[in-house]
Design a binder for this molecule. Structure first.
Ligand code: 2OP
Length: 226
């Protein structure tokens, strides 16, 4: 058995593909879906960081809608309010990455507790996991809304450490967002960075405990090591 008892996953960009929204965006704005999706995600993250720096909190769905409004304006794309709201709600219908369900099941069958910790509100996390067909495999669902601070604020990571939890050295935090793996590492978690698309890890004086190219590789690593 390996050194971990619990694997804690980030959600957006780690288990589900945030750029699933590009398809719908492309139907609305031919050829510009991915451009809109990228700016939208970048602004969404920036707004979470800015809010936390300002000691303010708004639910993630509102941040997501505001980031979409900004991105449409910035790119000179217009939508009626009802269409914009419908596009924003696509964030509840993101597609899981290949092999996600099977790999989570392998980890759970090996005796690992499987949890999620996301910037999403609890309502959003449940909606996303249900749509992606992943909800059944999770033992724990944690939202930063309990802390009213977004990752990478340490208070956000602390929401997953219950008084009854085993030591954090037996927890592995997994994210495809390298800023998130960096934040979790600075908080004190051992971390795994899922680098599916040969990205560059943040240069912030931290390296993840392990790096894999997909969730299947992580599952194999955690369940076959002696
Ligand atoms: C999360 O799920 C935003 O990807 C980040 O918390």
């Amino acid at each position: 058995m390996n050194e971990f008892n619990e694997v804690i996953f980030d959600l957006y960009g780690t288990l589900v593909d945030v750029h699933s929204v590009a398809r719908r965006a492309d139907e609305l704005f031919k050829g510009r879906g991915i451009e809109l999706s990228r700016l939208w995600r970048q602004k969404q993250l920036e707004y979470t960081w800015l809010l936390t720096l300002m000691n303010r909190y708004e639910p993630f769905e509102i941040v997501t809608q505001r980031a979409l409004t900004f991105s449409l304006k910035q790119l000179n794309l217009s939508l009626r309010d009802s269409e914009r709201e419908a596009l924003g709600n696509e964030y509840m219908r993101l597609e899981p990455y290949p092999a996600t369900l099977e790999s989570l099941k392998v980890m759970r069958a090996a005796g690992l507790r499987v949890s999620v910790l996301s910037n999403g509100s609890e309502k959003s996390i449940y909606a996303v996991l249900t749509h992606a067909g992943l909800l059944e495999v999770f033992d724990g669902v944690h939202s930063v809304e309990r802390a009213q601070r977004f990752k990478p604020d340490p208070a956000a990571y602390r929401t997953v450490v219950q008084p009854s939890s085993t030591s954090i050295s037996s927890m592995l935090f997994i994210s495809s967002n390298s800023w998130d793996a960096t934040g979790a590492g600075h908080f004190g978690f051992k971390t795994c960075w899922i680098n599916r698309t040969q990205q560059t890890f943040e240069e912030m004086g931290y390296s993840p405990t392990m790096t894999v190219d997909g969730i299947a590789q992580l599952a194999a690593h955690l369940t076959t090591r002696g």
